[in-house]
Write a protein that binds this ligand. Structure first.
Ligand SMILES: Nc1nc2c(ncn2[C@@H]2O[C@H](COP(=O)(O)OP(=O)(O)O)[C@@H](O)[C@H]2O)c(=O)[nH]1
Ligand SMILES: [Mg+2]
Ligand SMILES: [Zn+2]
Length: 303
């Protein structure tokens, strides 16, 4: 014999699903309890935070080929800005915004570089932060993801394959574009080609003469400058000498751009391992030229 039981339907729970929440990156509707957007995989925490605070954060991109040093640069930048008190100050919004700084700084403190960024967008670290500029009353809300170089290249080569990359770059107010100074010097043209493709993609993504990428600030950062001393004094001259096509491209298509040099470690050595191949070990942390491109970019955005 089966005993009859009363099973409450709790259909009131379904009411919450009647109001969809639009994703902050691609604007597609999602249910209230979705962790990542169903359409582009961006974290829905970005949309919830924007709704709660009633402010629309602006977005900035840090892009470049895989292995150029984006993760190390962003982690160090966040760490430096969150610790300085007199100049530009950064305050993370939400616990998830601290992950990138935490993973980078804890790897560097163990004399290691952080692991490679996965290609899957739901595994990227996103940063939502508030920036206070010196002598300014109003602060700035920013969103920055640490995207994998391969995903960006895939979208650039085959547009519409990575919805998140396309939607994000379309809405970005400015970008830091990174190029490996060591590879340029060694004559490896891959960096040059990647960045030129990316810049063409951006120009086509939004070619509005007033608000399109032509007018948006672009900081071109030569990374790993600790290994090529000659790029510190004149980063633009270095780019002109070693990546002339890229330099010309910027001059013709981007009204607001500047070249910078940056290095996070003072010295690193290569070590061949049996399991993971060649690994680079940072011997000392000596950030140089890390905050300058970012500060320049924010100042240009204000204009
Ligand atoms: N010499 C030097 N090497 C760096 C620096 N930053 C990154 N690297 C090297 O570049 C590799 C890739 O860095 P990562 O930030 O993961 O690159 P991403 O793929 O662009 O995110 C690291 O494992 C290091 O070997 C730097 O400032 N100086
Ligand atoms: Mg990375
Ligand atoms: Zn989305």
């Amino acid at each position: 014999m089966t005993k009859s039981v009363i099973q409450p339907l709790e259909s009131y729970r379904l009411i919450q699903y009647s109001t969809p929440i639009p994703c902050y990156i691609c604007s597609a509707d999602n249910t209230t309890d979705a962790e990542f957007c169903n359409h582009c995989s961006a974290p829905m925490a970005l949309a919830h935070q924007a709704n709660v605070r009633g402010v629309q954060p602006r977005m900035v991109a840090v892009v470049g080929p895989s292995g150029v040093g984006k993760t190390v640069y962003m982690g160090m930048l966040l760490d430096m800005l969150s610790q300085q008190s007199r100049k530009m100050q950064l305050l993370a919004r939400g616990a998830f915004s601290i992950n990138l700084q935490q993973t980078t700084m804890s790897a560097l403190s163990r004399c290691e570089f952080p692991r490679k960024t996965p290609n899957e967008p739901d595994r990227w670290n996103w940063v939502h932060c508030q920036i206070r500029l010196p002598q300014q009353r109003n602060s700035l809300e920013l969103i920055m993801p640490d995207m994998a170089g391969e995903a960006v290249l895939e979208e650039v080569d085959h547009p519409h394959t990575y919805r998140i990359v396309r939607q994000f770059l379309q809405k970005c107010a400015a970008a830091v574009v990174m190029i490996d100074a060591v590879q340029l010097k060694e004559g490896n043209r891959e960096q040059d080609f990647f960045v030129m493709k990316l810049l063409s993609y951006l120009s086509e993504l939004d070619n509005d003469p007033r608000h399109g990428w032509k007018r948006r600030p672009l900081a071109l950062v030569l990374t790993k400058a600790d290994c090529c001393e000659d790029c510190w004094d004149d980063p633009e001259g270095y780019a002109k000498a070693h990546a002339n096509g890229l330099w010309q491209h910027c001059r013709e298509r981007f009204a607001c751009h500047r070249f910078f040099a940056s290095g996070v470690v003072g010295n690193s050595i290569a070590c061949d391992t049996l399991t993971e191949g060649r690994l680079y070990i940072p011997l000392r942390i000596e950030p140089r030229g890390v905050t300058e491109p970012f500060e320049w970019m924010l100042n240009q955005m204000k204009k």
